[in-house]
Ligand binder design. Sequence first.
Ligand code: NAP
Length: 266
Amino acid sequence: MAIPPPAPDSTCLVTGASSGIGAEIARELARRGRGVTLVARREDRLRQLADELTRAHGVRAEVVGASVADHDGRAELVSEIESRGLTVETLVNNAGYGSGGRFQDLDADNEEAMVRLNCEALVGLCGVYAPKMVNRARGAILNVGSTAGFQPLPRQATYAATKAFVNSFTEALHTDLAGTGVTATVLCPGPTRSEFAEAGGLGTFDQLPSFLVDSAENVARAAVEGLESGKRSVIPGAGNVLSAFGGRFAPRSVLLPALGRFYPVK
Ligand SMILES: NC(=O)c1ccc[n+]([C@@H]2O[C@H](COP(=O)([O-])OP(=O)(O)OC[C@H]3O[C@@H](n4cnc5c(N)ncnc54)[C@H](OP(=O)(O)O)[C@@H]3O)[C@@H](O)[C@H]2O)c1
């Protein structure tokens, strides 16, 4: 089993655990008896979830209110975890956001900050914890990419590029870690019900056929099952497997104009 077994001082660090997929991944891990360290900016939400997980599963659930988007915030998070005497044996880099619109119309600072959160924070935390896991010869890393990363997406240009980075980085990391006892898995969800669409100014996914939109619970279950078996990548749902295939292999000259029309954002 790729997820190290429960131990009193062992924890699963989950970023972006205050809503959506991150909260559900924390629930899946707690259901399997693992202690969790929940990280996001909305500390009140994290506390509610921590109480729920301790009550329901008897696990230790820690809360650290922090932004992982900047180097100092991550350094504080890492030292806070150390000072609590915890060893991160499972790392879930889930915090992320998107945006919608033609790149030239979007807030440039917000696009830049998205790269820092979606890419830099994830590499930063892998950089802190992967070597420690390798020294212990055990550990599991789950990075949340997206099917958006399998092709360029007009009107989500930065977001799709950040997720292409996450998908590529994690697949390579999986191979770099081969034989060390540590695994890296990339989760590539398609459209999923959470706060993501609203937070990114994408409205809702209501315009999509309902069979194309998954629940955060289903996505999290697939993710943690993939993590347990040390998979390189997890693409939940047959529709998303197909769209990932199409995104990778369809000629860009056909795909890009079609996607530009498909995404009904400003
Ligand atoms: N929903 C989808 O359709 C979909 C599809 C593919 C991939 N994904 C990916 O799945 C991941 C989770 O998204 P979601 O759908 O669950 O969206 P969500 O409900 O909006 O959750 C995003 C989480 O990230 C946290 N976050 C945002 N900025 C942060 C920061 N600077 N520091 C720490 N935490 C931060 C948020 O918490 P606070 O605001 O409290 O900090 C929240 O817990 C993201 O990486 C997203 O790109 C989503």
